[in-house]
Design a protein. Structure first.
Length: 237
């Protein structure tokens, strides 16, 4: 198992599929939306929509074009993720393996004036804060949500903004992602990218060309330095 160590100025984390598993609620939300939009193919959506902003998914799959309607439906969808996540015996929104151990090493360095990690998510701020609270994950001062950028993943905007708000250059950051669209976003921003095998197959991740592929954050060791963070990646093959 190859081990690689490097130092970065900041860590940029995706949320869903990287820090938390909200699959149960996402499935429930799409099933709820199928009542209003009966032509949607939930199975197809679940295989392709992960890592993309809700407004973009609703525009593509439900045909909603009106801006105000998109915002209302996006809010309803993300509220449904939370409300349906435990229905019918579903597991709810949970913290993924390795997250607690990884974040405990850097938790104290999440505040201004010199934060060394951020969350850059395709979710709206309201939903993301709810999901993090449910999963017991601390919220960093640098927190980029769907409404903070004009173009979401796979465009580089979320990670460029995250690096900027951390006060560092994107080329000196590493992105942790589970979705091909997010990996491409990190690559386009000029960051190193670590892909997690939590929601997609190795083949799907390889097509996005990450620098590293690991099972989950249990395969990553973080060490806070006087300046920056040491990252040790235990790659899976």
């Amino acid at each position: 198992m190859p081990v690689t160590a490097f130092v970065v100025d900041a860590l940029l984390f995706d949320m869903d599929g990287t820090l938390v598993d909200s699959t149960a609620g996402v499935v429930g939300a799409w099933e709820l939306f199928r009542e209003k939009y009966p032509t949607i193919d939930v199975h197809n959506i679940l295989s392709s929509a992960h890592g993309i902003r809700t407004v973009d998914n609703l525009r593509s799959h439900c045909g909603i074009q009106d801006t105000d309607e998109l915002e209302r439906e996006a809010q309803r969808f993300e509220e449904a993720i939370v409300s349906t996540s435990k229905e019918g015996g579903r597991q709810g929104i949970i913290r993924l393996p390795g997250v607690a151990d990884a974040l405990v090493q850097i938790a104290a360095a999440r505040h201004h004036p010199n934060p060394v990690w951020a969350i850059c998510t395709s979710a709206t701020r309201t939903y993301a804060l709810s999901a993090l609270r449910i999963a017991g994950i601390p919220v960093p001062d640098v927190f980029v949500a769907a409404e903070d950028v004009k173009k979401g993943k796979p465009f580089p905007d979320p990670y460029l903004l995250g690096a900027k708000q951390c006060g560092v250059k994107a080329k000196n950051c590493v992105v942790f992602e589970d979705a091909p669209s997010g990996i491409r976003s990190g690559n386009e921003a000029g960051c190193k990218t670590v892909a997690l095998l939590t929601t997609h197959s190795r083949t799907q991740l390889e097509q996005a060309k990450p620098d590293f592929i690991v099972k989950d954050l249990s395969k990553v060791t973080l060490k806070l330095l006087e300046k920056g963070v040491e990252v040790i990646v235990h790659e899976d093959y």
